[in-house]
Design a binder for this molecule. Sequence first.
Ligand SMILES: CCCCCCCCCCCCC/C=C/[C@@H](O)[C@H](COP(=O)(O)O)NC(C)=O
Ligand SMILES: Nc1ncnc2c1ncn2[C@@H]1O[C@H](COP(=O)(O)OP(=O)(O)O)[C@@H](O)[C@H]1O
Ligand SMILES: [Ca+2]
Length: 448
Amino acid sequence: KRLSRQEDVPRILYYVQRSKEHHWCCAEVTFYCSDQLLCNQWVQALQRRLDLQGVRPKNLLVFINPFGGKQLGKHIYDKKVAPLFQLASITTEVIVTEHANHARDHLAEVDLRIYDGIVCVGGDGMFSEVIHGLICQTQKIAGIDQNDPNSKLVACSLRIGIIPAGSTDCICYATVGVNDPVTSALHIIVGDSQPMDVSSVHHNNTFLKYSVSLLGYGFYGDVLKDSENNRWMGPSRYDFSGFKTFLSHQCYEGTVLYLPATETLGNPRDESRCTAGCYVCQYSGKLLDLSNNKQELKHVEEDWKVVKGKFLAINAANMSCACSKSPMGLSPAAHLADGTIDLILVRKCSRFNFLRHLIRHTNKDDQFDLAFVEVYRVKQFIFTPKYSEEDNIDIRDIGKNLFGQFCSDHPACGCSQVNSNWNCDGEIIEHAAVEVRYVLFCCLELSG
Ligand SMILES: CCCCCCCCCCCCC/C=C/[C@@H](O)[C@H](COP(=O)(O)O)NC(C)=O
Ligand SMILES: Nc1ncnc2c1ncn2[C@@H]1O[C@H](COP(=O)(O)OP(=O)(O)O)[C@@H](O)[C@H]1O
Ligand SMILES: [Ca+2]
């Protein structure tokens, strides 16, 4: 850079600059050159370099949920993201969703070959829609039956980027380290990628959903169910419903069967923190490739472990589930792409003890270092509620609140005879009995 002379042509070079705590921003430097030819040679040489990299997306399909979070998705995209995509010469097709499942259904059908990636502007629920659309189309083309829990799914070739504009934004936060639209847009532009574990949820050999972040029964299931009635509150609906659910102190009885992950490195209580290029994920990825290429490792009945009891919460974390409310996450040592799920069981305990557990999510204390909390790294688990779901439907007809009230007033019991539901990445699964397993590394995320 040198002082400009009047006849010099200014050329601006934009670049990514790291700023505090995982934030990225776009910075620029202006060059002046009096020799037009030389200047063009420089620009072309730089352009060729960038093209050679091949990882940068050129054409993206963007979905915006206008109702996610504080309903600012469209504004965030137009003001903060679209100008950066334009600077990076990325062309886009933008769809502002008109109803729930709009993005999922569009992705399940549309010809995806012209796109280099999908971008979703919204929260975890919106990301969930996008992966469902992508995975479903990929399996349909490959002729894979998703209802069969033993099916080997085919990985999707497209990457998905998230522009955080939701309520919790935990998938964005746990992968990028922060929920900032500009940082995510820049990760997308430079073509960063990060594989992610995806689990499938089945009920009676019927496919229900895929999960990427949290699958929670009991506390997080009840928080979600209640919060859906208060969507108008925006992100603070979770605080309100969290408080109500905490006070209701409902516990649920059932049996958890799980298959421990024995071949992978690490355990849920170690000090490792998964970041880009994580060696635990690389090691596990190689291992999973090997077991996929050879014959499937057969698990015998004795490998399965069983836990019966009364639970306040059953949480299955595919990743740390870090978010602004809990900067280390539900399971701080969980890995993004190690082929495992951290299964956290919070047994019935006093309100005071449960509060201690919850508060530890917000600070550096160990939330697992409590007698009523267990955590296992698993490949698969099955939950069966004590009360059959068919009976529950009758009970629901009578009135869940009435029965819940009756039961919690009963001194000897304290456990609800009505089942909870699963919170699957912020979407409700009505069935209580589920079979969950790691199924594939999904769609590399654009943000990394
Ligand atoms: C007394 C203090 C108690 C504070 C407890 C803090 C624990 C916070 C742990 C939050 C873990 C959230 C896991 C993320 C789940 C998201 O997928 C889901 C959906 O997110 P979305 O609304 O789509 O962005 N959000 C919720 C709250 O269920
Ligand atoms: N246009 C729309 N109208 C209503 N709901 C929508 C629309 N687009 C997406 N959704 C749904 O909104 C839900 C929440 O979206 P999300 O972006 O995760 O926001 P939040 O983080 O606030 O929950 C998802 O279940 C998604 O399917
Ligand atoms: Ca994992």
